[in-house]
Design a protein around this ligand. Structure first.
Ligand code: ADP
Length: 347
């Protein structure tokens, strides 16, 4: 697109945008223990201000059992939705300046992916997740720029289940080719809430237990932004993908058969394909293996190049989740382009 980047309103924002250019960022978020939960032992030993995290193996003593990680940010269990959003706000805003952005939530089922992206069930504004806040913000800023820029915002919602893409905003929600997924113009928050409602209802359709089903599919909300510079007439198109990934937990092959096994294999395949793509991008490889899964195919145009990627890596703090926590962290470490090294000391 022939489009001159809108000058950021202030220096701070401008600097933040510079810093975000072409980057893959990994933000780790640890969910709190849940209300009523009795067992409160954790494997998280240390959370540093500079994105450091130390995890302890509950069955090993001393230095041996400690592993440290470093990400762009680590959020403690006490972090609020508003705080998390304010950190990623510049990234969301950059979509209005013509950048493609993908925001993912990765982690085992129950680690807070949906909480971060959507918020808890029946959330008040204070508890809103990234999805609502991002859309609200895009409207607010696009209106502020109205005298110089004309924006049009459209939304698509899809689900990928067993390598099949389903349109969540259509009534005949069967498998479909991606560009055909219904696209709806939105003119404000009320429209967004309505659409999300429809999408969530369609997601539940055809499955007896919605939570079970949704933890085994990827959901993708795509916000298309079309902008026109009123003075010069030049135009741009960019998009924001908000992706709540299927649960990353390993399924014990000896315990599942039939549909469950098939689901587990599809999830495995697509999450490792995503990991491969992101780590190839982080290492600036010449070949990026987009073709290996539906998920990476759907997102291809928005991963790589000038596009920006942010991954929320969600952790369940409980001791019983130790091995899932470690495999989540290793995925995250690989995605951020950091070589897996030998165990480092905790400080
Ligand atoms: P996932 O989408 O990874 O399966 P959920 O988002 O459903 O996990 O979170 C599991 C449970 O933990 C839910 O009851 C959710 O409300 C709660 N939860 C997750 N993260 C937080 C948080 N940061 N603060 C408070 N409750 C949380």
């Amino acid at each position: 697109a022939n489009y001159s980047v809108v000058l950021a309103e202030n220096r701070k924002l401008h600097n933040e945008l510079q810093e975000l250019k072409g980057n893959i960022r990994v933000y780790c978020r640890i969910r709190p223990f849940l209300r009523g939960q009795k067992e409160k032992q954790t494997v998280i030993e240390y959370i540093g201000e500079n994105g450091e995290l130390v995890v302890v193996n509950p069955s090993k003593q001393g230095k041996e059992g400690r592993r440290s990680f470093k990400f762009n940010t680590v959020y403690s269990p006490a972090s609020a939705q508003a705080q998390v959003y304010s950190d990623i706000q510049p990234l969301v805003q950059s979509v209005l300046d013509g950048y493609n952005v993908c925001i993912f939530a990765y982690g085992q089922t129950g680690s807070g992916k949906t909480y971060t992206m959507t918020g808890p069930d029946g959330a008040s504004e204070e508890d809103w997740g990234v999805n609502y806040r991002a859309l609200n913000d895009l409207f607010r800023i696009s209106q502020m720029r109205e005298s110089t820029f004309k924006y049009e915002i459209k939304v698509q919602m899809m689900e990928i289940y067993n390598e099949q893409v389903r349109d969540l905003l259509s009534s005949d929600a069967n498998g479909l080719a991606v560009p055909e997924a219904s696209m709806f113009p939105v003119n404000g928050t009320a429209d967004v809430l309505d659409l999300m409602d429809i999408g969530l209802r369609n997601r539940a359709k055809g499955s007896t237990a919605m939570n079970e089903r949704s933890s085994r599919s990827h959901s993708i909300i795509t916000i298309h932004v079309q902008g026109k510079d009123i003075k010069s007439g030049s135009s741009m198109h960019s998009s924001l993908h908000l992706v709540d990934l299927a649960g990353s937990e390993r399924v014990d092959r000896s315990e599942v058969t039939g549909d469950r096994l098939k689901e587990a294999q599809h999830i495995n395949k697509s999450l490792s394909a995503l990991g491969d793509v992101i780590s190839a991008l982080a290492q600036k490889n010449a070949h990026i293996p987009y073709r290996n899964s539906k998920l990476t195919q759907v997102l291809q145009a928005s991963l790589g190049g000038q596009a920006k990627t942010l991954m929320f890596v969600q952790l369940n703090p409980e001791i019983g989740s130790y091995s899932e926590t470690m495999s989540t962290l290793k995925f995250a470490e690989r995605a951020s382009g950091v070589e897996l090294g030998a165990a480092r000391s905790s400080k």
